[in-house]
Ligand binder design. Structure first.
Ligand code: NDP
Ligand code: 2IT
Length: 452
Protein backbone atom coordinates (compact mmCIF):
# COMPACT_ATOMS: atom_id res chain seq x y z
CA UNK A 1 0.00 0.00 0.00
CA UNK A 2 1.41 3.43 -0.90
CA UNK A 3 1.93 6.29 1.54
CA UNK A 4 -0.72 8.22 -0.37
CA UNK A 5 -3.41 5.54 -0.25
CA UNK A 6 -2.81 5.23 3.49
CA UNK A 7 -3.47 8.97 3.83
CA UNK A 8 -6.69 8.55 1.85
CA UNK A 9 -7.77 5.66 4.07
CA UNK A 10 -7.27 7.80 7.16
CA UNK A 11 -9.33 10.63 5.60
CA UNK A 12 -12.23 8.22 5.03
CA UNK A 13 -11.92 6.65 8.45
CA UNK A 14 -11.93 9.99 10.21
CA UNK A 15 -14.93 11.47 8.34
CA UNK A 16 -16.78 8.53 6.76
CA UNK A 17 -19.71 10.61 5.42
CA UNK A 18 -17.86 13.52 3.81
CA UNK A 19 -18.26 12.13 0.28
CA UNK A 20 -17.58 15.34 -1.66
CA UNK A 21 -14.45 15.92 0.40
CA UNK A 22 -13.29 12.32 -0.22
CA UNK A 23 -13.79 12.84 -3.96
CA UNK A 24 -11.72 16.04 -4.04
CA UNK A 25 -9.00 14.60 -1.79
CA UNK A 26 -8.80 11.36 -3.79
CA UNK A 27 -8.30 13.21 -7.09
CA UNK A 28 -5.51 15.41 -5.72
CA UNK A 29 -3.79 12.65 -3.74
CA UNK A 30 -3.77 10.27 -6.72
CA UNK A 31 -1.85 12.87 -8.70
CA UNK A 32 0.62 13.21 -5.85
CA UNK A 33 1.82 9.58 -5.89
CA UNK A 34 4.67 10.83 -8.10
CA UNK A 35 5.66 13.70 -5.79
CA UNK A 36 5.70 11.29 -2.84
CA UNK A 37 8.25 9.15 -4.70
CA UNK A 38 10.38 12.10 -5.82
CA UNK A 39 10.32 14.05 -2.53
CA UNK A 40 10.89 11.84 0.54
CA UNK A 41 11.17 15.04 2.61
CA UNK A 42 7.41 15.63 2.15
CA UNK A 43 6.64 12.12 3.38
CA UNK A 44 8.96 12.49 6.39
CA UNK A 45 7.24 15.76 7.39
CA UNK A 46 3.80 14.13 6.91
CA UNK A 47 2.86 16.93 4.49
CA UNK A 48 0.14 14.75 2.87
CA UNK A 49 -1.57 14.02 6.19
CA UNK A 50 -1.29 17.67 7.19
CA UNK A 51 -2.62 19.15 3.97
CA UNK A 52 -5.90 17.19 4.09
CA UNK A 53 -6.68 18.51 7.58
CA UNK A 54 -8.02 22.10 7.72
CA UNK A 55 -6.16 24.60 9.93
CA UNK A 56 -9.57 25.13 11.52
CA UNK A 57 -13.27 24.72 10.72
CA UNK A 58 -15.55 27.30 12.28
CA UNK A 59 -19.26 26.43 12.59
CA UNK A 60 -21.78 28.88 14.04
CA UNK A 61 -25.46 29.65 14.56
CA UNK A 62 -27.04 32.38 12.42
CA UNK A 63 -30.37 33.55 13.87
CA UNK A 64 -32.33 36.19 11.94
CA UNK A 65 -35.88 37.54 11.66
CA UNK A 66 -37.92 37.08 8.47
CA UNK A 67 -40.47 39.52 7.01
CA UNK A 68 -43.29 37.92 8.97
CA UNK A 69 -41.44 38.59 12.22
CA UNK A 70 -40.61 34.90 12.73
CA UNK A 71 -37.17 33.85 13.95
CA UNK A 72 -35.16 31.69 11.54
CA UNK A 73 -32.01 29.76 12.41
CA UNK A 74 -29.35 28.82 9.84
CA UNK A 75 -25.89 27.38 10.19
CA UNK A 76 -22.80 29.34 9.16
CA UNK A 77 -19.32 28.02 8.34
CA UNK A 78 -15.82 29.17 7.53
CA UNK A 79 -13.24 26.49 6.75
CA UNK A 80 -9.76 28.03 7.01
CA UNK A 81 -7.94 25.25 5.25
CA UNK A 82 -4.37 26.35 4.69
CA UNK A 83 -2.53 29.70 4.93
CA UNK A 84 0.98 28.53 4.05
CA UNK A 85 1.38 30.91 1.11
CA UNK A 86 -0.89 33.80 2.06
CA UNK A 87 -4.00 34.89 3.99
CA UNK A 88 -6.98 32.53 3.73
CA UNK A 89 -8.95 33.32 0.58
CA UNK A 90 -12.05 31.81 -0.95
CA UNK A 91 -15.75 32.32 -1.52
CA UNK A 92 -18.91 32.07 0.55
CA UNK A 93 -21.74 29.87 -0.71
CA UNK A 94 -25.39 30.35 0.34
CA UNK A 95 -27.37 27.30 -0.77
CA UNK A 96 -29.59 24.81 1.09
CA UNK A 97 -27.23 21.95 0.20
CA UNK A 98 -24.26 23.53 2.03
CA UNK A 99 -22.65 21.27 4.64
CA UNK A 100 -19.21 20.56 6.08
CA UNK A 101 -18.31 18.02 3.37
CA UNK A 102 -19.09 20.40 0.50
CA UNK A 103 -17.25 23.30 2.10
CA UNK A 104 -14.23 21.12 2.91
CA UNK A 105 -14.06 19.95 -0.72
CA UNK A 106 -14.27 23.55 -1.89
CA UNK A 107 -11.73 24.81 0.65
CA UNK A 108 -9.32 22.00 -0.22
CA UNK A 109 -9.56 22.72 -3.97
CA UNK A 110 -9.04 26.40 -3.22
CA UNK A 111 -5.56 25.72 -1.72
CA UNK A 112 -4.22 24.44 -5.04
CA UNK A 113 -6.22 26.83 -7.22
CA UNK A 114 -4.94 29.84 -5.33
CA UNK A 115 -1.39 28.55 -5.51
CA UNK A 116 -1.72 28.16 -9.30
CA UNK A 117 -2.64 31.85 -9.70
CA UNK A 118 0.94 32.72 -8.51
CA UNK A 119 -0.59 35.28 -6.11
CA UNK A 120 -0.03 34.99 -2.32
CA UNK A 121 -3.33 33.50 -1.17
CA UNK A 122 -4.12 30.56 1.12
CA UNK A 123 -7.22 28.37 0.75
CA UNK A 124 -10.59 28.74 2.51
CA UNK A 125 -14.32 28.44 1.89
CA UNK A 126 -17.43 29.24 3.85
CA UNK A 127 -21.13 29.88 3.64
CA UNK A 128 -24.47 28.78 4.96
CA UNK A 129 -27.44 26.53 4.28
CA UNK A 130 -29.47 29.76 3.90
CA UNK A 131 -31.42 29.84 0.61
CA UNK A 132 -31.57 33.37 -0.87
CA UNK A 133 -34.13 32.18 -3.48
CA UNK A 134 -37.57 33.68 -2.85
CA UNK A 135 -36.30 35.90 -0.01
CA UNK A 136 -36.91 39.65 -0.03
CA UNK A 137 -33.95 42.07 -0.17
CA UNK A 138 -34.62 42.95 3.47
CA UNK A 139 -34.49 39.29 4.49
CA UNK A 140 -31.23 38.79 2.60
CA UNK A 141 -29.82 41.90 4.31
CA UNK A 142 -30.84 40.73 7.77
CA UNK A 143 -29.38 37.28 7.13
CA UNK A 144 -26.08 38.74 5.83
CA UNK A 145 -25.83 41.00 8.88
CA UNK A 146 -26.47 38.08 11.25
CA UNK A 147 -23.86 36.00 9.38
CA UNK A 148 -21.20 38.73 9.67
CA UNK A 149 -22.08 39.29 13.34
CA UNK A 150 -20.14 36.07 13.98
CA UNK A 151 -17.86 35.86 10.93
CA UNK A 152 -16.27 39.30 11.54
CA UNK A 153 -14.10 38.04 14.38
CA UNK A 154 -12.46 35.41 12.17
CA UNK A 155 -11.64 37.51 9.06
CA UNK A 156 -9.47 40.50 8.15
CA UNK A 157 -7.51 41.82 5.16
CA UNK A 158 -4.32 39.98 6.26
CA UNK A 159 -6.10 37.04 7.90
CA UNK A 160 -8.96 35.77 5.74
CA UNK A 161 -10.66 37.50 2.79
CA UNK A 162 -13.98 35.91 1.71
CA UNK A 163 -15.76 36.57 -1.60
CA UNK A 164 -18.79 35.29 -3.54
CA UNK A 165 -19.79 31.85 -4.80
CA UNK A 166 -23.19 30.24 -5.46
CA UNK A 167 -25.93 32.46 -4.01
CA UNK A 168 -23.48 35.22 -3.05
CA UNK A 169 -23.04 38.06 -5.52
CA UNK A 170 -22.71 41.84 -5.43
CA UNK A 171 -25.86 42.35 -3.35
CA UNK A 172 -24.77 39.97 -0.57
CA UNK A 173 -21.16 41.23 -0.56
CA UNK A 174 -22.57 44.78 -0.17
CA UNK A 175 -24.63 43.86 2.87
CA UNK A 176 -21.76 41.91 4.45
CA UNK A 177 -19.11 44.56 3.76
CA UNK A 178 -21.41 47.34 5.02
CA UNK A 179 -22.04 45.51 8.28
CA UNK A 180 -18.38 44.61 8.81
CA UNK A 181 -17.42 48.26 8.26
CA UNK A 182 -20.06 49.35 10.74
CA UNK A 183 -19.11 47.02 13.59
CA UNK A 184 -15.31 47.23 13.08
CA UNK A 185 -15.23 50.91 12.08
CA UNK A 186 -12.74 49.80 9.45
CA UNK A 187 -12.99 50.48 5.70
CA UNK A 188 -10.59 47.83 4.49
CA UNK A 189 -10.27 45.12 1.84
CA UNK A 190 -11.82 42.37 3.98
CA UNK A 191 -14.03 40.97 1.19
CA UNK A 192 -13.57 40.90 -2.57
CA UNK A 193 -16.25 41.26 -5.22
CA UNK A 194 -17.03 44.71 -3.83
CA UNK A 195 -18.81 47.41 -5.84
CA UNK A 196 -16.62 49.79 -7.85
CA UNK A 197 -17.50 52.78 -5.68
CA UNK A 198 -16.37 51.08 -2.48
CA UNK A 199 -13.12 49.32 -3.28
CA UNK A 200 -14.08 46.75 -5.91
CA UNK A 201 -12.10 45.91 -9.03
CA UNK A 202 -13.15 46.26 -12.63
CA UNK A 203 -13.47 42.82 -14.30
CA UNK A 204 -14.00 40.91 -11.00
CA UNK A 205 -17.65 40.12 -11.93
CA UNK A 206 -16.54 38.91 -15.37
CA UNK A 207 -13.33 37.20 -14.24
CA UNK A 208 -14.33 33.58 -13.59
CA UNK A 209 -16.30 33.23 -16.83
CA UNK A 210 -13.75 35.11 -18.93
CA UNK A 211 -10.90 33.14 -17.35
CA UNK A 212 -12.60 29.80 -18.04
CA UNK A 213 -12.90 30.73 -21.71
CA UNK A 214 -9.31 32.04 -21.85
CA UNK A 215 -8.18 28.68 -20.43
CA UNK A 216 -10.25 26.77 -22.99
CA UNK A 217 -8.84 28.95 -25.78
CA UNK A 218 -5.31 28.09 -24.62
CA UNK A 219 -6.17 24.37 -24.66
CA UNK A 220 -7.67 24.68 -28.15
CA UNK A 221 -4.54 26.47 -29.37
CA UNK A 222 -2.47 23.38 -28.55
CA UNK A 223 -4.51 21.62 -31.29
CA UNK A 224 -4.30 24.56 -33.69
CA UNK A 225 -7.95 25.46 -33.01
CA UNK A 226 -9.92 28.43 -31.67
CA UNK A 227 -13.45 29.36 -30.55
CA UNK A 228 -14.31 30.82 -33.97
CA UNK A 229 -17.28 28.88 -35.38
CA UNK A 230 -17.45 26.44 -32.44
CA UNK A 231 -20.76 25.34 -30.90
CA UNK A 232 -20.59 25.74 -27.13
CA UNK A 233 -22.80 24.22 -24.41
CA UNK A 234 -22.85 26.15 -21.13
CA UNK A 235 -24.62 25.02 -17.94
CA UNK A 236 -25.80 27.41 -15.22
CA UNK A 237 -27.02 30.94 -15.76
CA UNK A 238 -25.40 32.68 -12.81
CA UNK A 239 -22.28 34.79 -12.55
CA UNK A 240 -19.83 32.34 -14.12
CA UNK A 241 -22.13 31.16 -16.93
CA UNK A 242 -23.13 34.70 -17.92
CA UNK A 243 -19.60 35.95 -18.49
CA UNK A 244 -18.41 32.71 -20.07
CA UNK A 245 -21.26 33.27 -22.54
CA UNK A 246 -20.15 36.87 -23.18
CA UNK A 247 -16.53 35.90 -23.84
CA UNK A 248 -17.42 32.95 -26.12
CA UNK A 249 -19.53 35.36 -28.20
CA UNK A 250 -16.63 37.84 -28.36
CA UNK A 251 -14.32 35.08 -29.61
CA UNK A 252 -16.73 34.04 -32.37
CA UNK A 253 -18.27 30.92 -30.81
CA UNK A 254 -22.00 30.09 -30.69
CA UNK A 255 -23.50 29.50 -27.24
CA UNK A 256 -26.52 27.19 -27.50
CA UNK A 257 -27.54 26.55 -23.89
CA UNK A 258 -27.98 27.83 -20.35
CA UNK A 259 -29.76 26.27 -17.39
CA UNK A 260 -30.76 26.63 -13.77
CA UNK A 261 -31.79 24.03 -11.23
CA UNK A 262 -35.32 23.89 -12.76
CA UNK A 263 -34.73 23.69 -16.52
CA UNK A 264 -32.43 24.01 -19.53
CA UNK A 265 -32.95 26.23 -22.54
CA UNK A 266 -31.43 25.39 -25.92
CA UNK A 267 -31.26 28.06 -28.63
CA UNK A 268 -29.46 26.69 -31.67
CA UNK A 269 -29.46 30.12 -33.29
CA UNK A 270 -27.03 31.19 -30.56
CA UNK A 271 -27.55 33.17 -27.36
CA UNK A 272 -25.95 36.48 -28.33
CA UNK A 273 -26.51 40.24 -28.57
CA UNK A 274 -29.82 41.40 -27.14
CA UNK A 275 -30.60 37.87 -25.91
CA UNK A 276 -27.60 38.06 -23.55
CA UNK A 277 -28.86 41.39 -22.17
CA UNK A 278 -32.21 39.70 -21.55
CA UNK A 279 -30.52 36.88 -19.59
CA UNK A 280 -28.47 39.28 -17.45
CA UNK A 281 -31.54 41.36 -16.62
CA UNK A 282 -33.66 38.23 -15.96
CA UNK A 283 -31.14 36.61 -13.60
CA UNK A 284 -29.50 39.61 -11.93
CA UNK A 285 -32.26 42.25 -11.67
CA UNK A 286 -35.54 40.31 -11.81
CA UNK A 287 -34.08 37.13 -10.25
CA UNK A 288 -36.33 35.07 -12.54
CA UNK A 289 -36.05 31.53 -13.93
CA UNK A 290 -34.22 30.66 -17.16
CA UNK A 291 -37.39 29.05 -18.64
CA UNK A 292 -38.64 32.62 -19.27
CA UNK A 293 -36.04 32.79 -22.07
CA UNK A 294 -38.04 30.22 -24.05
CA UNK A 295 -41.27 32.18 -23.45
CA UNK A 296 -39.62 35.26 -24.94
CA UNK A 297 -37.67 33.71 -27.85
CA UNK A 298 -39.77 31.38 -30.00
CA UNK A 299 -36.72 29.63 -31.52
CA UNK A 300 -35.59 28.28 -28.15
CA UNK A 301 -36.58 24.94 -26.60
CA UNK A 302 -37.08 24.48 -22.87
CA UNK A 303 -36.42 21.18 -21.09
CA UNK A 304 -38.03 21.16 -17.66
CA UNK A 305 -36.17 19.11 -15.07
CA UNK A 306 -33.29 18.21 -17.42
CA UNK A 307 -29.73 19.48 -17.40
CA UNK A 308 -28.00 20.33 -20.69
CA UNK A 309 -25.96 17.14 -20.25
CA UNK A 310 -29.25 15.13 -20.12
CA UNK A 311 -30.41 16.92 -23.26
CA UNK A 312 -27.19 16.13 -25.12
CA UNK A 313 -27.52 12.49 -24.06
CA UNK A 314 -31.14 12.09 -25.10
CA UNK A 315 -31.30 14.37 -28.16
CA UNK A 316 -27.87 13.80 -29.66
CA UNK A 317 -27.11 17.54 -29.88
CA UNK A 318 -23.73 18.31 -31.47
CA UNK A 319 -21.35 20.42 -29.42
CA UNK A 320 -17.66 21.23 -29.84
CA UNK A 321 -16.91 22.73 -26.42
CA UNK A 322 -18.58 22.18 -23.02
CA UNK A 323 -18.34 24.73 -20.21
CA UNK A 324 -20.01 23.36 -17.04
CA UNK A 325 -20.66 26.48 -14.90
CA UNK A 326 -23.37 25.37 -12.42
CA UNK A 327 -22.33 23.06 -9.60
CA UNK A 328 -20.40 19.96 -8.41
CA UNK A 329 -21.02 16.53 -9.94
CA UNK A 330 -23.34 17.82 -12.66
CA UNK A 331 -21.76 15.55 -15.35
CA UNK A 332 -21.66 11.80 -14.72
CA UNK A 333 -19.91 9.07 -16.71
CA UNK A 334 -22.81 8.44 -19.09
CA UNK A 335 -23.31 12.11 -19.80
CA UNK A 336 -19.57 12.44 -20.44
CA UNK A 337 -19.79 9.53 -22.90
CA UNK A 338 -22.66 11.35 -24.64
CA UNK A 339 -20.47 14.45 -24.88
CA UNK A 340 -17.73 12.41 -26.54
CA UNK A 341 -20.30 10.98 -28.94
CA UNK A 342 -21.58 14.46 -29.74
CA UNK A 343 -18.13 15.40 -31.08
CA UNK A 344 -17.08 17.51 -28.09
CA UNK A 345 -13.32 18.03 -28.06
CA UNK A 346 -12.87 20.32 -25.05
CA UNK A 347 -14.30 20.63 -21.51
CA UNK A 348 -13.29 23.65 -19.43
CA UNK A 349 -14.75 23.75 -15.92
CA UNK A 350 -16.16 27.09 -14.75
CA UNK A 351 -17.78 25.32 -11.78
CA UNK A 352 -15.89 23.54 -9.00
CA UNK A 353 -15.69 19.73 -9.51
CA UNK A 354 -18.63 19.57 -11.97
CA UNK A 355 -17.40 16.26 -13.41
CA UNK A 356 -17.60 13.01 -11.44
CA UNK A 357 -14.48 10.79 -11.36
CA UNK A 358 -16.19 8.51 -13.93
CA UNK A 359 -16.76 11.48 -16.26
CA UNK A 360 -13.10 12.49 -15.98
CA UNK A 361 -12.02 8.97 -16.90
CA UNK A 362 -14.25 9.14 -19.99
CA UNK A 363 -12.68 12.46 -21.10
CA UNK A 364 -9.20 11.11 -20.55
CA UNK A 365 -9.84 7.81 -22.38
CA UNK A 366 -11.21 9.81 -25.33
CA UNK A 367 -8.17 12.13 -25.27
CA UNK A 368 -10.33 15.21 -24.88
CA UNK A 369 -8.88 18.54 -23.83
CA UNK A 370 -10.00 18.65 -20.20
CA UNK A 371 -9.32 21.69 -17.99
CA UNK A 372 -10.18 20.87 -14.34
CA UNK A 373 -11.93 23.56 -12.28
CA UNK A 374 -9.01 24.40 -10.05
CA UNK A 375 -7.10 25.57 -13.15
CA UNK A 376 -9.88 26.65 -15.52
CA UNK A 377 -11.93 28.69 -13.01
CA UNK A 378 -8.98 30.24 -11.16
CA UNK A 379 -9.51 33.57 -12.94
CA UNK A 380 -12.15 34.57 -10.39
CA UNK A 381 -9.96 34.24 -7.33
CA UNK A 382 -6.95 35.58 -9.27
CA UNK A 383 -8.88 38.77 -9.94
CA UNK A 384 -9.91 38.82 -6.28
CA UNK A 385 -6.16 38.78 -5.61
CA UNK A 386 -5.82 41.77 -7.96
CA UNK A 387 -8.63 43.50 -6.04
CA UNK A 388 -6.66 42.91 -2.81
CA UNK A 389 -3.54 44.42 -4.42
CA UNK A 390 -5.47 47.51 -5.52
CA UNK A 391 -6.98 47.87 -2.03
CA UNK A 392 -3.53 47.67 -0.44
CA UNK A 393 -2.13 50.24 -2.86
CA UNK A 394 -5.26 52.39 -2.55
CA UNK A 395 -5.44 52.56 -6.32
CA UNK A 396 -7.75 51.21 -9.00
CA UNK A 397 -6.58 49.86 -12.30
CA UNK A 398 -8.36 50.28 -15.65
CA UNK A 399 -10.50 47.57 -17.22
CA UNK A 400 -7.75 46.90 -19.80
CA UNK A 401 -5.08 46.57 -17.12
CA UNK A 402 -7.06 44.05 -15.04
CA UNK A 403 -8.27 42.06 -18.07
CA UNK A 404 -4.71 41.97 -19.45
CA UNK A 405 -3.40 40.64 -16.14
CA UNK A 406 -6.22 38.07 -15.99
CA UNK A 407 -5.38 36.81 -19.50
CA UNK A 408 -1.67 36.58 -18.60
CA UNK A 409 -2.49 34.67 -15.39
CA UNK A 410 -4.71 32.18 -17.25
CA UNK A 411 -1.99 31.61 -19.87
CA UNK A 412 0.56 31.09 -17.08
CA UNK A 413 -1.69 28.60 -15.28
CA UNK A 414 -2.16 26.70 -18.54
CA UNK A 415 1.59 26.57 -19.06
CA UNK A 416 2.33 25.57 -15.43
CA UNK A 417 -0.12 22.67 -15.73
CA UNK A 418 1.49 21.42 -18.93
CA UNK A 419 5.05 21.92 -17.59
CA UNK A 420 4.34 20.10 -14.31
CA UNK A 421 2.55 17.27 -16.12
CA UNK A 422 5.52 16.78 -18.43
CA UNK A 423 8.10 17.05 -15.64
CA UNK A 424 6.33 14.28 -13.72
CA UNK A 425 5.83 11.98 -16.71
CA UNK A 426 2.16 12.76 -17.53
CA UNK A 427 2.46 14.87 -20.67
CA UNK A 428 -0.77 16.67 -21.66
CA UNK A 429 -2.61 15.66 -18.45
CA UNK A 430 -4.02 18.92 -17.05
CA UNK A 431 -5.43 17.17 -13.95
CA UNK A 432 -2.09 15.86 -12.74
CA UNK A 433 -0.35 19.05 -13.88
CA UNK A 434 -2.71 21.36 -11.96
CA UNK A 435 -2.56 19.26 -8.81
CA UNK A 436 1.23 18.97 -8.78
CA UNK A 437 1.95 22.59 -9.75
CA UNK A 438 -0.51 23.84 -7.11
CA UNK A 439 0.78 21.46 -4.45
CA UNK A 440 4.55 21.97 -4.72
CA UNK A 441 4.56 25.63 -3.72
CA UNK A 442 2.33 25.00 -0.70
CA UNK A 443 4.27 21.88 0.36
CA UNK A 444 7.61 23.69 0.18
CA UNK A 445 6.24 26.53 2.31
CA UNK A 446 4.87 24.05 4.87
CA UNK A 447 8.23 22.30 4.98
CA UNK A 448 10.02 25.60 5.63
CA UNK A 449 7.82 26.34 8.66
CA UNK A 450 8.65 23.10 10.49
CA UNK A 451 5.97 21.21 12.38
CA UNK A 452 3.26 23.82 12.99
P1 NDP B 1 -24.53 31.68 -9.08
O1 NDP B 1 -25.26 31.55 -7.80
O2 NDP B 1 -24.36 33.02 -9.68
O3 NDP B 1 -25.15 30.72 -10.19
C1 NDP B 1 -25.26 29.36 -9.98
C2 NDP B 1 -25.96 28.74 -11.18
O4 NDP B 1 -25.86 27.33 -11.10
C3 NDP B 1 -27.43 29.07 -11.21
O5 NDP B 1 -27.88 29.08 -12.53
C4 NDP B 1 -28.02 27.92 -10.41
O6 NDP B 1 -29.40 27.66 -10.69
C5 NDP B 1 -27.16 26.77 -10.89
N1 NDP B 1 -27.11 25.77 -9.83
C6 NDP B 1 -26.64 25.91 -8.57
N2 NDP B 1 -26.78 24.80 -7.87
C7 NDP B 1 -27.39 23.92 -8.70
C8 NDP B 1 -27.81 22.59 -8.55
N3 NDP B 1 -27.65 21.95 -7.39
N4 NDP B 1 -28.37 21.99 -9.63
C9 NDP B 1 -28.52 22.65 -10.80
N5 NDP B 1 -28.14 23.94 -10.98
C10 NDP B 1 -27.59 24.54 -9.96
O7 NDP B 1 -23.10 31.01 -8.79
P2 NDP B 1 -21.74 31.15 -9.62
O8 NDP B 1 -22.03 31.36 -11.06
O9 NDP B 1 -20.88 32.11 -8.90
O10 NDP B 1 -21.10 29.71 -9.38
C11 NDP B 1 -21.26 28.63 -10.29
C12 NDP B 1 -20.13 27.63 -10.10
O11 NDP B 1 -18.87 28.28 -10.33
C13 NDP B 1 -20.02 27.03 -8.69
O12 NDP B 1 -19.53 25.70 -8.81
C14 NDP B 1 -18.94 27.89 -8.03
O13 NDP B 1 -18.32 27.22 -6.97
C15 NDP B 1 -18.01 28.09 -9.21
N6 NDP B 1 -17.09 29.22 -9.13
C16 NDP B 1 -17.55 30.49 -8.90
C17 NDP B 1 -16.65 31.53 -8.85
C18 NDP B 1 -17.09 32.95 -8.70
O14 NDP B 1 -16.24 33.83 -8.76
N7 NDP B 1 -18.37 33.23 -8.54
C19 NDP B 1 -15.20 31.31 -8.98
C20 NDP B 1 -14.84 29.94 -9.29
C21 NDP B 1 -15.77 28.95 -9.33
P3 NDP B 1 -30.50 28.09 -9.61
O15 NDP B 1 -30.59 29.59 -9.75
O16 NDP B 1 -31.74 27.38 -10.01
O17 NDP B 1 -30.00 27.67 -8.28
O1 2IT C 1 -14.37 29.05 -6.12
C1 2IT C 1 -13.82 30.16 -6.20
O2 2IT C 1 -12.65 30.27 -6.59
C2 2IT C 1 -14.59 31.35 -5.83
N1 2IT C 1 -15.76 31.22 -5.50
C3 2IT C 1 -13.93 32.70 -5.83
C4 2IT C 1 -13.17 32.93 -4.56
C5 2IT C 1 -12.61 34.32 -4.38
O3 2IT C 1 -12.04 34.52 -3.30
O4 2IT C 1 -12.69 35.16 -5.27
Amino acid sequence: MSVISEVMDRVKERDPYQFEFHQAAQEVLESLEVTAKKHPEFVRARIYDRIVEPDRAIVFRVPWVDDKGDVQVNRGYRIQFNNAIGPYKGGLRFHPSVNLSILKFLGFEQIFKNSLTTLPMGGAKGGSDFDPKGKSDDEVMRFCQAFVRELYRHIGPDVDVPAGDIGVGGREIGYMFGYYKKIRNDHTGVLTGKGLEWGGSLIRPEATGYGCVYFAAEMLTTKGQSFAGKTVAISGSGNVAQYAMEKVNQLGGRVISLCDSSSTIVDEQGICGEKCDFVLDLKNQRRGRISEYADKYAGAACFIGDSIWDVIKSNGLKVDVALPCATQNEIDGEQAAALVKSGCLCVSEGANMPSTPEAIRVYQDANMLYGPGKAANAGGVATSGLEMSQNSMRLSWSREEVDGRLLEIMKNIHKSCLDAAEAYGKKGDYVTGANIAGFLKVANAMLAYGIV
